[in-house]
Structures are given as C-alpha cells and as structure tokens.
Ligand binder design. Sequence first.
Ligand code: SF4
Length: 243
Amino acid sequence: MDPTDRAELHDRLTLLSDWLSLGSRQERPEPVFEMPDPPREDGPRAGPEWLDAPFTPETLSKVETDVLRCAKCRLALNRKYAVFGEGVLNPPVLVVGEGPGEEEDKQGKPFVGPAGRLLDKMLAAVDLDRTRNCYIANIVKCRPPMNRDPAPDERETCMPYLERQIRFLRPKVILALGRTAAQTLLKTERGVAALRGSFHDRKGVPLLVTYHPSAILRDEALKRPAWEDLKKLRAFLDDGPAT
Ligand code: SF4
C-alpha cells in the first residue's frame, strides 16, 4: 500500500478506536511512514544512451527520402531524378539491375525504357509483374553519364540504400540482372556466364543471376539462356529449392 494511504488508514483506525473505547480523541505521536525517494533527475544513467533514445522504425519511404536527397557521390551532379525503385512490399522476387538509364532518369522510375519493356515481358512469361509480385531496384540510384558502368566507389557508396531496401522488403529470392548487379551483390569478379545456372546464397537470401535485358537487346542469342534462368526462378517459387 502507498505510504500516504497507510497514514490515512492508520489515522482513521485510531480515531475510531478512541471514540469507541474512550469517547474522545487522544493525543498520540504522529506515526512515521517512509516515502520512497523521488526519481533522480540528473543521476547517473542506468545504461548506454541508446537505451533511452526513442526507437524510430525504418520505413521504405524513409529510405526513399534519403535517396532523393542524396548527394554522396558524383552521380548526383547530372541526374534529373534519383530512381529509388518500385513494386510491391514483401515481394516474392526482388529484381536488381545496375542503374538508371536515360528514360529512367527522366521519369524517376526503374526499367521504363526499351530494356524495361523487355524486362516486363520476360517477367510476365513466368507470371511475375512489378504491380503484383515483384520489386525492381538498382545498385546505384542515379544515372551514370553516357550510360557507362557505375564505378566501384559509386557502387560502394550507394549500396547501403539497397541493403536497407532488402532488409525492409525481405524478398523470397533476388534476381540479379547482368554483370554489375551480380558482381556487386555477390562480391565477386566472376562473369554472368559463370554465375548463372544455380542459386547463390546472399546473406541468407537465394540469388539467381541472369543476363541484363540491355545485353539481350544487343545479342539475341542470350534470349534462350535467360529464358532457362526464368524457368528456374519460377520452379523455385513454386516448389522451393531443388534437392
Ligand atoms: S548514386 Fe546513390 S550514392 Fe550516388 S548520389 Fe545517387 S543515391 Fe547518392
């Protein structure tokens, strides 16, 4: 019981006792009920500072805001729009390309030029679609000038954004399009031909490599192996990893 309540109860009981036994109130010393110490305002912390810091959960729109404001590398200088990515939350498939091209830079959306249209057709062939069951993003969020490959330092600077997207989206599988995406995600120097054909473990998420639609537009011979990769992806989604 709270000390204040105890004092009040004690007072009432003694008053009742006095009136019942003596008919009047008797003088008695005041009882002492100890109050607990008030909380210390400036005392030592019970733990490190982060224990008291309010927890702000990561959201995809927070990551997007950071990307749209980002000027951490030289690719910010010539971009029209940073291209964050688009698709559904908790997607079965996260598709990762290398970076925005001219059309993507103009619209601020990933894979909307000729390569994007081919990608949409490739995904549709295995019942995948950015509006239903995919999320599409890139290694770098700003267009490299003249559509050159993003430089290693640009990739390294931008990758934390994709890592944050992956942590938030929690895809079932990642489809890496082309050499730059595959090498950056898997931290390897091996080419697409050597990496495709089987699933890789990327920090606990299965990752499949296939050719970039831009490469397929330049070389039709890549269509067939890319189709084999997509069928493998579909089988994985339907049946789980091959045993
Ligand atoms: S490419 Fe990435 S790191 Fe570089 S400015 Fe754009 S968002 Fe920032």
